[in-house]
Design a protein around this ligand. Structure first.
Ligand SMILES: Cc1cc2nc3c(=O)[nH]c(=O)nc-3n(C[C@H](O)[C@H](O)[C@H](O)COP(=O)(O)O)c2cc1C
Length: 460
């Protein structure tokens, strides 16, 4: 039986052109144009392939601090909202999710840009909320150091709340646009935000109407307790790493439990881990390709340099490789603390040297989603059935692998009722089976909440 959009599982594709973390040499593959990460035609082609297959969304990760040791895609890439606006004009149905940080954006500006993308795309925009893992980003925004965790996550929560309030500035029938009466706007249907909080003060209203999906979809990425709380409270989707089925099941249960504790429907918080998918003709061939790709992907020296990233790009080249793993956790305090703590705990519990840590972390990852088409489909299904994921954001090493997933694995999932065969809705919320949020002012009949701006308009 064919599943509806609301019950099918969800698939996004992460587009990282010339290669993200751990893939310093991906760009050497002749299939990847050297300028893939800055070529709108390259992104368009991938997005159109994904759209033709009915995938839910394309997912654009981002950061704003680089060193010469950053992976190729990070060194030279397009800004997500600009990129997605161009993709919006060249696609029709697929969701468009972009990463933007609450640490170095102001809510009015960012809410406006996402609302614009949402309108341009006919209700297909999503915002992946991050707090900036790279502590060096501070230096690009006039700060001596990155915010501490309490401030990062405090800003993130307030930023989302203000954005959502701004997105409800206009009720859906705020613009009569009646030529006969000469009424363009009904001033009783526009509401100021009047927010004064710990981190932001925003008067509003926002100068753009709601899109067909009401508000952009919120994703969240950040695994600490603070990050999980943020996601559970506000997010429609959670982006996390795919480790193994048990850990991800525990993660999903934790998030959904926290969401229920906030009074939310846990089914409206979708868990979409990032999954590295590689499809071969046989399991053995796929594993052989995975190993060959891995041999190419990163040298020891590149992996040693990249180990610094979670620790605020701390330079590990200064240490004796064969001495015990150095005491460096303090450098992660304002960076990727959760990931850095896991690395330090691994080193301590197994008494590893720096060299051994680098070797461990850069060893072939042996993703559970590598194999012949049936094998990959079985693995994905196992995760769904276990409740470890509601869908996946897939990483594929190159375009031919995206096509292989679509041509070989997706039909099996469709056959099993685990993936949709075609779009039934037009908005990202509809693809994800999420309800359209009602405008908060329309819910409260008589609109006592927010400040109608009739008087404001007469003076501006
Ligand atoms: C799966 C995942 C993806 C992330 N993607 C980004 C990203 O694209 N850009 C960014 O600046 N930070 C990204 N982050 C960083 C988080 O926003 C956060 O700053 C960092 O993970 C530290 O917080 P945590 O300890 O709560 O995980 C990501 C984190 C996770 C777990």
């Amino acid at each position: 039986m064919e599943r509806t959009d609301a019950t099918a599982h969800h698939f996004g594709v992460i587009l990282t052109g010339t290669g993200g973390p751990g893939e310093h040499n991906r760009w050497l593959d002749p299939e990847i144009p050297g300028d893939a990460s800055v070529d709108i035609d390259w992104y368009t082609e991938q997005a159109q392939v994904a759209e033709a297959a009915g995938l839910d969304l394309v997912f654009i990760v981002d950061s704003q601090f680089i060193t010469p040791d950053s992976p190729p895609h990070y060194l030279n890439r397009l800004e997500p909202l600009t990129l997605l606006s161009a993709l919006a004009a060249r696609t029709e149905r697929i969701g468009l999710v972009g990463t933007a940080t609450t640490s170095y954006n102001s809510p009015y500006n960012l809410a406006r840009r996402f609302a614009s993308l949402d309108l341009i795309s006919g209700g297909r925009a999503g915002w992946n909320v991050v707090t900036s893992g790279d502590s060096g980003t501070a230096g690009n925004y006039g700060l001596d150091e990155h915010y501490d965790y309490a401030t990062r996550y405090g800003r993130a929560a307030e930023h989302i709340e203000v954005s959502q309030a701004l997105w409800d500035s206009y009720e859906d029938d705020a613009f009569p646009r009646d030529r006969k009466t000469g009424v363009f706007l009904d001033p009783s249907k526009v509401h100021r935000t009047d927010h004064r909080g710990e981190y932001f003060s925003v008067v509003g209203p926002l100068n753009i109407q709601r899109s067909p999906q009401g508000q952009p979809v919120i994703f969240q990425a950040g695994d600490s307790a603070e990050g999980r709380d943020l996601g559970a409270k506000y997010a429609d989707g959670i982006f996390t790493h795919a480790s193994n089925i048990e850990q991800n099941k525990a993660f999903a249960d934790d998030i959904k439990g926290r969401a229920a504790a906030y009074g939310r429907n846990p089914e409206h918080v979708l868990i979409l881990p990032g999954a590295r998918i590689l499809v071969g003709d046989t399991d053995a061939e796929a594993r052989a390709i995975e190993l060959a790709q891995h041999r190419l992907s990163n040298s020891f020296d590149q992996a040693l340099a990249e180990l610094g990233r979670p620790f605020g790009w701390h330079d590990f080249r200064q240490y004796d490789l064969d001495a015990p793993f150095p005491d460096v956790l303090a450098h992660a305090e304002r960076s990727f603390k959760t990931q850095a703590t896991q690395i330090v705990e691994l080193a301590r519990s197994q008494e590893l040297t720096l060299r051994q840590v680098v070797e461990r972390l850069s060893a072939p990852r042996l993703s559970p989603f590598v194999g012949a088409p049936e094998t990959v489909a079985d693995a994905l299904e196992e995760w769904f059935r276990a409740g470890a994921a509601d869908g996946f954001n897939i990483y594929v090493s190159k375009p031919s692998q995206l096509r292989r997933f679509i041509d070989k694995v997706l039909p099996i999932l469709q056959e099993r009722g685990l993936a949709r065969t075609h779009y039934e809705g037009t908005t990202l919320r509809e693809h994800l089976g999420l309800p359209k949020p009602a405008n908060r002012h329309s819910i409260r009949e008589g609109a006592t909440a927010g400040t109608p701006v009739g008087e404001l308009l007469s003076t501006s």
